[in-house]
Design a protein around this ligand. Structure first.
Ligand code: MN
Length: 228
């Protein structure tokens, strides 16, 4: 008699555990919560973009700037912070002139693997062409009361100071939040500041493949024509 009650209790406990497990799976608790927005916006059966995986680079933290010709041409500036790429869309791209402020609208966090992504996003969210316009490591220059603080702390404060070690962009840059998700990207005065340079216009090749957006646009156009 007592044995059958014990069996019954065990069965009920198992049912509850199984239900909780399934509910948890449905909620997506097993997925990286950090990249939920990135994941929701994309259909990974359609897009060749990297899967939403949270991970850090092996060496120094990295940055990437991608030229992205979607419905509008823009540059996506991304900084590795705690296993994801914090991201901003910069309509006019970065400047090397300290007198120029560039609007940088924060977008959803991207996975680290995105830093190597270039090519064609066929349809859906962000459809268009992408090249890796610049990439490299960066140094965290942020401090508070003379003591170093983390990139995440600087991000939360809305003021980020970094030193870029890119192929096209080098030296100190500042990102400052002024309203909601709107920030400004400014070149700081240092030996790399140069008002005469305009790399966004004159250095158009991918630093990974030497491809240009123009070249990819032609390929994309051909692809669309062939499908019709
Ligand atoms: Mn973009």
């Amino acid at each position: 008699m007592q044995k059958s009650i014990l069996n019954y209790v065990l069965l009920v406990a198992c049912c509850i555990a199984a239900t909780l497990f399934i509910l948890n799976l449905k909620r997506g608790a097993h997925m990286p919560k950090k990249l939920e927005t990135y994941k929701k916006k994309r259909d990974f059966k359609e897009t060749p973009e990297p899967k939403p995986q949270v991970k850090s680079s092996k060496g120094k933290d990295i940055f990437v700037i991608q030229q992205h010709h979607a419905s509008h041409m823009h540059f996506d500036f991304r900084l590795e912070i705690d296993g994801v790429l914090k991201s901003w869309a910069i309509p006019k791209g970065p400047s090397t002139d300290p007198k120029v402020k560039r609007l940088a609208a924060q977008t959803e966090d991207h996975p680290l693997d995105y830093a190597k992504f270039e090519g064609i996003i066929p349809e859906g969210y962000g459809a268009g062409t992408v090249i890796v316009w610049d990439t490299g490591s960066y140094d965290n220059l942020n401090e508070k009361n003379g003591k170093p603080i983390s990139m995440q702390q600087a991000f939360d404060k809305g003021h980020i100071k970094i030193f870029l070690h890119g192929k096209k962009l080098k030296g100190e840059y500042a990102l400052t939040r002024f309203k909601d998700r709107n920030w400004l990207l400014i070149k700081m005065k240092d030996a790399y500041a140069d008002a005469r340079r305009n790399p966004v216009k004159t250095e158009t090749q991918s630093v990974l493949s030497t491809k240009t957006i123009k070249k990819l646009d032609k390929k994309f156009k051909k692809m669309k024509e062939e499908r019709e």
